[in-house]
Design a protein around this ligand. Structure first.
Ligand SMILES: NC(=O)c1ccc[n+]([C@@H]2O[C@H](COP(=O)([O-])OP(=O)(O)OC[C@H]3O[C@@H](n4cnc5c(N)ncnc54)[C@H](O)[C@@H]3O)[C@@H](O)[C@H]2O)c1
Length: 361
C-alpha cells in the first residue's frame, strides 16, 4: 500500500517511520504545516505543507491522520471523499457527533476508516486476549481497567489540555485506549456510571481523574479509572477475573501475570510472563520502539482488513464508541445517574445503519 502521513509531530513521525519500515508499504508523501517536521519524518518521501496536496495524489491509497484532534474530522472526511482509506489517531473526533459524521463519510465513500487504537497490538494485550479466548479463567465475573500518567507535563500542545479543543481530560486521552481495550477484551459497553474530577490540575472540563463502573453486554461489571494523577508515571493494566482464576495485561513495563485454579479456593498456579527483549530495547532505544512496532502491525492489518481478513484493527465505529463512553461518563457525573448506551450496529455500505444515539452528544 502507498501511504500519506498527515501531521508529522511526535506521533506522526513514528507513524511515518512505521510505514517506512514495513515491507509491502511505501511512504509517498508527508504533510505538515511545519516543513521542518515533515522533512524529518519523510526520510526521502515527498513533503507538502497543505494536506490536500497529500490526499489528492493518485499514487496514494491510504492516509494516516495524526494532526491535532480538533482537525481530525475535517482531515478525515476530506481524505475519505478523495477516495482514500484512512487510519486516524485517537481520539477519532472530539465529540460523538464528529465521529458519527466521519463514520458516515467512510460509508458514503465506501472506504475503510480505522482508529489508531494501537494498544490492541501490545504483546501483553494479545496474550490476555488469547487466555480469554481459550477460556482459561472459567466463567468470567468482572474486569478491572486502569490507565494513567502524571498529567500535564506529558501533554505538549495546548489543544491536549483545553477541553473545548480536546473534548475532555484523562478519559479522552489515555482513557480512550483503556475504554477500547475493555471493549476489545470484555465486550461491548452498554452502561456507564461514575464520577469525574478536576481537583489536581484545575483545567475546566478536562478531568484529571475519571472513575467509573461500566457494564458490558454480558452484564459483567468493569471497574475503570483513567487519570492524570498517576504519580508513578505512565502505565495501564486490564485484569480479568473468572471462577478459575485471573489474568492481567500490563504496560509499562510490559508483562502478564495470571493465576489458575481448578475450583474457587483450590490450589493456585501462578504464571508471570515478562518481555525482557522489550525492556532492553526500550532501555537502549526508547519507548518509541514499542509504539512504532504496534503502529507497523496496525498498518499491516489495515491492508489485511481490505483483503477481507479478520484482524484486531479498530474501526471508525470503535473510535466512535470510545468517545461515546467518555461522553456518557460526563453525563453520568453531572446527573448522578447511570447512562445506557444503545446496542451497537455497524454501519455498512449496504445499508445497515448506526442507530440514532442522540442521547450522548
Ligand atoms: N496512539 C497513541 O498512543 C497516541 C499518543 C499520543 C498522541 N496520540 C494522538 O496523535 C495525534 C497527534 O498527536 P501528537 O502528539 O503527534 O501532536 P503534535 O502536536 O506533536 O503533532 C501534530 C502535528 O500536526 C501538525 N499540524 C497542525 N495543523 C496541521 C494542518 N492543518 N495540516 C497539517 N499538519 C498540521 C503540527 O505542525 C504537528 O507537527 C493526536 O490525535 C493525539 O491524540 C496518539
Amino acid at each position: 500500500m502507498r501511504f500519506a502521513v498527515v501531521g508529522a509531530g511526535v506521533v506522526g513521525r513514528l507513524r511515518a517511520e512505521a510505514v517506512r519500515g514495513l515491507s509491502g508499504a511505501h511512504l509517498v508523501v508527508v504533510a505538515d504545516v511545519d516543513p521542518g517536521r515533515a522533512e524529518e519524518a519523510a526520510g526521502g518521501a515527498a513533503v507538502v505543507g497543505d494536506p490536500r496536496a497529500a490526499w489528492e495524489r493518485d499514487d496514494v491509497d491510504a492516509v494516516v491522520v495524526s494532526t491535532p484532534a480538533p482537525l481530525h474530522e475535517a482531515h478525515v472526511v476530506a481524505a475519505l471523499e478523495a477516495g482514500k482509506h484512512v487510519l486516524c489517531e485517537k481520539p477519532l473526533g472530539t465529540d460523538p457527533g464528529a465521529c458519527r459524521r466521519m463514520v458516515a463519510a467512510a460509508t458514503r465513500a465506501d472506504r475503510l476508516l480505522a482508529t489508531g487504537f494501537n494498544y490492541r497490538y501490545f504483546p501483553s494485550v494479545r496474550v490476555l486476549r488469547e487466555l480469554l479466548r481459550e477460556e482459561r479463567l472459567g466463567a468470567l465475573d468482572h474486569f478491572r481497567a486502569f490507565g494513567g500518567h502524571d498529567g500535564l507535563g506529558n501533554l505538549h500542545a495546548e489543544w491536549m489540555v483545553r477541553s473545548e479543543l480536546s473534548g475532555g481530560g484523562a478519559m479522552m486521552d489515555i482513557g480512550l485506549h483503556v475504554t477500547d481495550l475493555v471493549r476489545h477484551l470484555a465486550g461491548e459497553i452498554v452502561s456507564v456510571q461514575g464520577v469525574v474530577s478536576e481537583r489536581i490540575w484545575r483545567e475546566p472540563g478536562s478531568e484529571d481523574n475519571a472513575v467509573a463502573v461500566l457494564r458490558t453486554d454480558s452484564g459483567r461489571p468493569v471497574i475503570y479509572q483513567a487519570t492524570w494523577n498517576e504519580w508513578r508515571g505512565y502505565g495501564f493494566h486490564v485484569d480479568a477475573y473468572g471462577v478459575r482464576g485471573m489474568a492481567r495485561a500490563a504496560y509499562a513495563p510490559m508483562f502478564n501475570e495470571w493465576i489458575e485454579q481448578e475450583r474457587p479456593g483450590e490450589t493456585r498456579s501462578r504464571f508471570r510472563r515478562r518481555y525482557p527483549w522489550i525492556a532492553v530495547r526500550e532501555k537502549l532505544f526508547g519507548w518509541q520502539t514499542t509504539t512504532r512496532q504496534t503502529f507497523a502491525e496496525e498498518l499491516r492489518d489495515l491492508a489485511r482488513r481490505l483483503d477481507g481478513e479478520d484482524v484486531p484493527l479498530a474501526t471508525g465505529e470503535d473510535g466512535l464508541r470510545a468517545v461515546e463512553v467518555a461522553r456518557a461518563l460526563y453525563r453520568a457525573d453531572s446527573t448522578g445517574n447511570a447512562v445506557t448506551l444503545t446496542p451497537f450496529v455497524v454501519a455498512t455500505a449496504s445499508g445497515a445503519r448506526t442507530p440514532d444515539r442522540g442521547e450522548i452528544e
